[in-house]
Design a protein around this ligand. Structure first.
Ligand code: FMN
Length: 200
């Protein structure tokens, strides 16, 4: 069945984009494991190259895991990670191609990446970044807020969360919860179409 014969409502667009903000502080309201599963069940449906799905996510929820993550982030992000109900460590698998036989069964896509580590790095980084964006939009669609962050020590995060899987590398981290409206800055300027676009 096709659902895309009309645009989403103004309310839905506000929730996803126009009024959605990046939060620096969090209300004391928990996020359930069911909500994390619901985020994944939406974001996994969005497109990646050859359906490679290279993102590997650790949802940091326990006090112990939060303390480990907080030790690896920049000073300005430390309190945010500790206060957020959950922070997703969004990594990528440099050997994602091992999974392609079941993720993309139409053809032998695994062979495209064998012996091509530069191509795998490019594909994994590009597509896990997309998946991070899908994660934020899925969370917002489900009524949650996000706080993305790249201010951290990647080697420290990899050692803390991916030590047993050296093929995984962190891309960025993103807190998820119910944002504290008092914690946001004024909205930064957004460029008009003509500033960064042209139609060729
Ligand atoms: C990949 C990424 C990394 C970011 N890193 C940080 C960060 O380390 N610390 C921080 O406070 N904000 C960080 N931000 C938040 C951005 O500054 C924020 O999303 C942007 O200014 C837009 O804000 P708005 O969504 O409230 O309009 C990051 C955002 C993204 C998408």
């Amino acid at each position: 069945m096709q659902f895309h014969d009309h645009a989403l409502s103004a309310e839905a667009l506000a929730q996803l984009f126009n009024e959605a903000r990046s939060y620096n502080g969090w209300l004391d309201k928990p996020v359930s494991d069911e909500q994390l599963h619901a985020i994944w069940d939406l974001m996994k449906m969005a497109p990646t190259s050859a359906n490679m799905q290279p993102a590997r996510i650790v949802w940091v929820k326990s006090d112990e895991a939060k303390a480990k993550l907080a030790a690896c982030v920049m000073e300005g992000n430390r309190a945010k990670v500790l206060a957020a109900p959950v922070t997703a460590v969004i990594g990528y698998d440099i050997d994602f191609h091992e999974e392609l036989p079941w993720l993309f069964p139409h053809t032998d896509a695994k062979s495209w990446f064998e012996g091509n580590e530069a191509g795998r790095e490019e594909g994994a980084f590009r597509n896990s970044s997309l998946q991070g964006a899908y994660l934020m939009l899925a969370a917002r669609a489900l009524g949650l807020d996000c706080g993305p962050m790249s201010g951290f020590d990647p080697a420290g995060v990899n050692a803390a969360f991916f030590a047993e899987e050296p093929r995984y590398r962190v891309n960025f981290i993103c807190s998820v919860g119910y944002g504290d409206p008092a914690s946001i800055f004024e909205r930064s300027p957004r460029p008009e179409f003509a500033t960064f676009n042209r139609i060729a």
